[in-house]
Design a protein. Structure first.
Length: 289
């Protein structure tokens, strides 16, 4: 079942007319009608509002086999949904890129000449083996592969050259290139993320880990001064911060910043190790979507 059909099904279950749903979303009833008739698709940025109005999840909108109307969402935090969200969001981005830019109808590349049915084996093969790019003259760029999505709506394509000579970026890269910095960060993250703390909200170290410099120093074979110097560099990168407590200064690893850096490094790894850029970034006719 398509997004349009799902919208129609859930709208009717809520006993809303197309005009009433359109009014709540700030659009016309004709727009809703086009969605439900599969003449057009809703803007991806509008999907959360549609889900809210219909009291369903975004995943419900993309469901291909709706056997029953979803129950209204509760206020209980759903950790299972959190764990499944990255993969669902990745799939949603790829599917939306295909639809919004009409990639499936392009004649420029053989691998794009596939049926519009997203369950075909060739469609899955494209998602698995190619990174799709979309470069806009006025709204940034995106690179989406089967496992990663990089979207920068603020990048100015015409000023890309200046980024490679940015002093602040260069300084940060030099700090991360320091072998002691990498050894300290690697040890801290291995200790923390191999524990249950990052995924147990009742744990005192759920958001941040209290780092003992002496223990780190002994574990990785650096002197105390070398360890502290490395940690100071991590502080300037905002991955570690210090906090004064009654028993002295504590060094704290910020979980989200560490994960953010790891994701960025994964993107760098992908850039180095695989060919990127197939898709609408390779032909000018499909910019500005």
């Amino acid at each position: 079942m398509s997004i349009g059909k799902n919208i129609a099904r859930y709208r009717k279950a809520k006993k809303l007319t197309q005009e009433e749903l359109g009014a709540r979303l700030g659009i016309t009833n004709q727009a809703v009608s086009k969605w439900e008739s599969e003449i057009s698709y809703p803007d991806i940025l509008l999907l959360p509002r549609i889900a809210d109005e219909l009291e369903i999840t975004i995943n419900d909108l993309y469901a291909t086999d709706v056997k029953h109307i979803s129950q209204a969402r509760s206020n209980v935090f759903d950790m299972d949904k959190v764990h499944s969200f990255p993969r669902e969001a990745q799939s949603m981005l790829i599917d939306t890129l295909y639809r919004e830019t009409n990639l499936l109808s392009c004649n420029s590349w053989d691998f794009l000449k596939v049926p519009k049915n997203p369950i075909t084996k060739k469609y899955d093969s494209i998602k698995k083996h190619h990174t799709l790019s979309c470069i806009s003259e006025n709204s940034g760029a995106s690179f989406i592969s089967n496992n990663q999505a990089i979207i920068d709506c603020g990048i100015d394509i015409k000023n890309i050259g200046t980024l490679f000579n940015n002093i602040e970026i260069t300084s940060g890269l030099k700090k991360l290139a320091d072998s002691n910095v990498r050894s300290v960060l690697s040890y801290i993250c291995n200790q923390y993320f191999h524990s249950s703390a990052p995924f147990n909200s009742s744990d005192s170290e759920y958001f941040e880990k209290d780092i003992k410099p002496i223990a780190v120093s002994h574990a990785i074979g650096l002197t105390s001064d070398e360890t502290l110097e490395a940690m100071e560099k991590l502080i300037t990168l905002h991955i570690i911060y210090t906090e004064a407590r009654d028993d002295g200064i504590h060094y704290l690893l910020q979980k989200l910043k560490a994960i953010e850096l790891a994701v960025i490094l994964r993107a760098v790894e992908g850039f180095i190790c695989r060919h990127m850029g197939f898709g609408c970034g390779d032909f000018a006719a499909l910019t500005d979507f």
